[in-house]
Design a protein around this ligand. Structure first.
Ligand code: SAM
Length: 309
């Protein structure tokens, strides 16, 4: 949202964005939203054995492995392992081309040995002793058969890190019948207003969901660098991350200090929003929320209205 003038959106979505800013400010956490949520889940038991924990978009697999560590439960990770399926237009900031985040890219090829990740014969990252299962392919092809093989299993944790609007919107639709009251949805890049946030805004509107924000914290990306086993090898990765932040990441807006859009924000935004955005600098883009009412997705209502179901 710091990369786009939100006046391009209709009034209802603009109001949603303003409400989100106000609510999120109240649920700032220190750590990574995904790991915080995973650690809050009940320990594995026969009562929750069928609950699904999904990590959508896993790259080297660290978000999946760390979520499994934090929850003590099985986490299912979905990825093409060949990169983004669509171009990702990040608000008005930049376009990240389809194919980016392929495991064959130089950065992934370097980070894999440095973090101890190997690939098996099918091209799937190794579990490395964690309770994870990776599912290779586009979520457009893999999610529906995966869910069909586990009929009626509810989704307890849904981590969205597919980045693009299209993939996010499709995943929400594919999973919609498995959401329950208490499902936790974590969006890794929620503050990008034309992708994950927009997809969720439309989704909750369409099905009249009831929900509440729970946490606003760090996204998972930099955890990959934390996983580099040698401390001295971590140093160049940190330098690279800092350079990327200032040159093409959010820090790049500091250079645009005198641009018209920048001044419109500083002069026109409520002071609370300015404070929020200053706090949002860096990787604090991950947001979690809890579904508290299923709206028209409520299966009991559907059954009552349609006795054949
Ligand atoms: C930002 S990376 C995920 C990073 C990972 N969660 C982490 O924190 O290390 C996004 C991943 O989503 C995958 N991806 C994007 N769209 C996809 C789709 N529709 N189906 C499967 N994988 C997809 C890409 O291959 C890429 O690995």
């Amino acid at each position: 949202m710091y990369a786009r003038d939100i006046k391009v959106y209709d009034e209802a979505y603009r109001a949603f964005i303003h409400r989100s800013l106000a609510d999120l400010r109240r649920c700032k956490i220190g750590g990574h939203t995904l790991l915080w949520e995973a650690s809050q889940l009940a320990a594995p038991s026969p009562q929750n054995a069928r609950e699904l924990l999904l990590d959508l978009g896993v790259w080297l697999g660290w978000s999946t492995r760390l979520a499994a560590d934090a929850s003590g439960r099985t986490v299912y990770g979905f990825d093409t392992f060949e990169g983004l399926v669509e171009d990702w237009q990040v608000d008005d900031q930049m376009v990240i081309k389809s194919g980016t985040f392929s495991l064959s890219e130089p950065l992934a090829q370097r980070l894999m040995p440095d973090t101890g990740v190997t690939l098996d014969a099918d091209g799937l990252p190794a579990a490395l002793g964690r309770n994870v299962q990776f599912i290779k392919g586009m979520t457009y092809d893999t999610l529906a058969p995966f869910l069909a093989s586990r009929p009626d299993d509810p989704i307890r944790l849904f981590h969205m890190d597919l980045d693009t609007y299209e993939s996010c919107q499709h995943a929400l639709e594919a999973c919609k019948d498995r959401f329950v009251e208490g499902s936790i949805l974590v969006f890794d890049e929620y503050l990008v207003t034309n992708a994950e946030m927009l997809a969720f805004y439309e989704f909750q509107n369409k099905y009249q969901l009831e929900w509440r924000y729970r946490a606003w914290g760090l996204e998972m990306w930099e955890m990959n660098v934390e996983m580099v086993t040698s401390a001295w090898k971590r140093v160049p990765y940190y330098f690279l991350a800092v350079a990327v932040y200032w040159v093409i990441g959010n820090g790049n807006f500091a250079w645009a200090f005198f641009s018209k859009r920048f001044w419109r924000f500083w002069l026109g935004a409520p002071t609370g929003d300015i404070g929020f955005m200053l706090g949002a600098a860096g990787q604090r883009k991950s947001v979690s929320l809890e579904i508290t009412g299923l709206g028209t997705l409520d299966r009991t209502n559907q059954r009552n209205n349609n006795p054949d179901k």
